[in-house]
Ligand binder design. Sequence first.
Ligand code: AMP
Length: 570
Amino acid sequence: MNENLPGFADLGLDPGLLLGVQDLGFEKPTPIQAQTIPILLSGDHDLFGLAQTGSGKTAAFGLPLLQHLDLQARGVQALVLSPTRELCVQISNDLEKFAARTEGVRILAVYGGAGIQAQISRLRSGVQVVVATPGRLMDLMERKALDLSVVQTLVLDEADEMLDMGFRDDLDYILTHAAGRRRTWLFSATMPPEIKKMADRFLKDPQTLRSDSQSAAPSQLEHWSFQVPFARKYEALKRLIDAHPEMYGIVFTRTKAEAQELTEKLIREGYDLEALHGDLSQAQRDKVMARFRERSLQLMVATDVAARGIDVKDITHVVHYSIPEDSEVYTHRSGRTARAGKAGVSMVILGPKDTFRLKQIEKQAKVRFQVGTIPSGSAIAEVKLRHFFGKIASSEPRMDRIGELLQGLQPMLDGMDRDTLIQKLVWMEFERLFRYYALQNDADMQGRQAMGEMPAGRGHSEREDQPGLQVNLGTRDGFYKASMLQFLLDHSGLQKADLGKIILGDSWTTVQAEQESLDQIRSTFDGARFRGRAIRVTAHQGGRSNDRPAYAGPRNGGKSRPPFKRDYNR
Ligand code: AMP
């Protein structure tokens, strides 16, 4: 952080607020705090702040907002609007902490998904500061539980998110009803034209400040990209998690379904995580957040919407399991780590077709990606062992608790020397990992360029017991082996290396591959049409024989799938 910046004591804050900040352990103001606080304290200014999460903007507006309160007056004097419940709770918690050493400040967070009656009675009991989501605020206004006529300070936090979430009309309504306000402070991470319009409409002669280039945080954020074959994304994710035992992070997916599916798969494999997405009830989301915060979860798998505004301390990694649609989403996701000057890593797992989008993000978000390789099985084993022994070395056993127990076990340990004991411990702890990586082919994990020269099926063709699929297309449809391979690759997004043995019959083809690739083939082709005829993809176990494979179970495992209408008319 810049040494020339003023200290909190130089900003003009009241002693109570200064003590509150000191209690939080904030040593120096962040750049946006140093710039903003004196301006906002010095009179009735409107403000347009272009600030990312993690820049310290909550204190930048929160401290002046609290200082402007007239603690003798009645009614809601300050209103903060924010896009999500999570952010509302965070902001009001922060404000509570800033105001902890100031007598008589009453702050209330109101948001949807929680009982409205309790909120109404808290409002009736008298609060000076309300932090609200726009929807719930409108509800409360319509029920006459909240009167905005004496609001003096109005803050729009993450205004771009609020517009994205469709709150435009609500914001118009609210701003029009808080017409007596003297200060409007708008914060946004980005400046799309609608935000500009909104600022023109509602801000009077605003001061404009931007924190992005001056914040200490971004320089601490590393950006990495990992290119892998499409069907290896899941495996790549697992390796990245395994290779970073200290990881405490968020894995982002694009859809709720993907978040859920990924979470279920990883939990089945023993990973310590939960999903956070919009299909969960509010109570479920709160539970996940609480477990993550207290670190009983190592990871959360989240969609962009659900993870909006989350401020959890010391997140070490953000993993983009699906590359974000655009650079703004990338910035929002990555901003969950490297907060308040801490270090953080943002890792993108790239499918073969994502390179172009990565380049765009690089250009628009002005970041530079380092190109990483997915760690090999032996590298992961080494990291895990080092971590394990590091933990052993740093542990401090309470002999008063375990001494007697250990003595009782002595006969079992007699005759076992130190090395044997270590070997046994390591094997017990890591047997599953070692077995797993012994079966995996590290070369499979390389991206498109690295795979270039590899013959089809490398690393797979030897494995006769691989699962397979049968597709009802064959030589009768004009295919021969190479053209079938090409057909499968062209439409599924898979690469040669993803597929194992391909056997062609007159009216059918069997394909062997890892389950992920098979799933990809199934979801691409099953239900599509080839020259008007329906393509059927059915399960087929084992590729050892050239016999016509038998029908094996209902199509698509009996699960429903979105209809796929494509007709492949080659
Ligand atoms: P914000 O951008 O307001 O969401 O703040 C991001 C994180 O930085 C929060 O966890 C704050 O508690 C923390 N923070 C804010 N200001 C400071 C500061 N001056 N020094 C240290 N940490 C801070």
